[in-house]
Design a protein around this ligand. Structure first.
Ligand SMILES: [Ca+2]
Ligand SMILES: [Ca+2]
Length: 257
């Protein structure tokens, strides 16, 4: 009885070379398949990070409303060294009204990084910290204890602006910064909360997002922010608190008028 192994293992046989070619083809196909799978995977991760960030921003806004109802004022933004605590503690005249961070420690919110700052869904780098800005209108009434009640609901005029584009913005970098005509998504916002988005590590290079203060922006912080469509000009994710929402909650809580 003669059993001959198959495929043949005899040196020099033609089928040996053929097997190697087959292996190469299989590896080539596997590489193609993996490549095809990796792209959708990263796209899926982006969708998840974007969604997580939107949820974090929305919860942050709710937490601010809760804080306002309990404390008769909004917290001041945290500074880069205050470990997520408002600066100054106790509110009043905020040290960083337009270019500070969300005071997660003051509000007891998570997820925070090792230094107490609320972070977005894109990572845990210091650039992934959630930004928070608050109106200084009516002599800081919104961040001063009982400031809103003492000023009166009819006099209060929060002045943060959220523009759909930075194009044509007037007085950028000045106290009177304003959206171009027809581009204001809000012109009387009390607070603006935002993430620098996926490009946080190099944030600020997009023509729109340069109007939102971030570590690499050369634009002076001001009261106007840009919430543009997601794209090369901006990937920042921006939410804001409207005057009506805040007043509605404060009246319901018996804090106003
Ligand atoms: Ca960005
Ligand atoms: Ca700005």
């Amino acid at each position: 009885m003669h059993l001959i192994p198959f495929p043949a293992v005899r040196p020099g046989h033609a089928e040996r070379g053929f097997t190697l070619i087959e292996l190469a083809i299989v590896m080539f196909i596997v590489t193609l398949l993996l490549g095809g799978m990796l792209l959708p995977l990263s796209a899926q991760q982006d969708v998840r990070a974007y969604g997580d960030t939107q949820k974090i921003l929305s919860e942050a806004r709710d937490a601010l409303l809760g804080y306002a109802m309990a404390n008769d004022r909004l917290p001041c933004p945290a500074s880069s060294t205050s470990s997520g605590v408002e600066d100054p503690v106790g509110g009043g005249t905020c040290n960083y009204p337009y270019d500070g961070y969300f005071p997660a420690a003051t509000l007891g919110l998570s997820p925070v990084d090792s230094q107490g700052f609320l972070v977005d869904g894109w990572g845990s780098d210091s650039d992934n910290r959630i930004r928070y800005s608050v109106s200084t209108a009516n002599t800081n009434a919104f961040t001063t204890s009982s400031g809103m009640k003492n000023t009166g609901i009819t006099v209060l005029a929060p002045d943060l602006q959220v523009c759909s584009t930075g194009v044509g913005m007037s007085n950028a970098g000045l106290a009177t910064a304003a959206c171009a005509s027809g581009t204001a998504l809000a012109s009387d916002a009390v607070a603006v909360i935002y993430s620098l988005g996926k490009n946080a590590g190099s944030a600020g290079s997009g023509t729109e997002e340069t109007h939102n203060p971030n570590p690499r922006s050369t634009t002076t912080a001001d009261r106007a922010f840009v919430s543009a469509a997601q794209g090369s000009a901006s990937d920042d994710q921006v939410v804001w608190m409207s005057k009506s929402t805040l007043f509605n909650r404060l009246v319901a809580a018996g804090r106003l008028p």
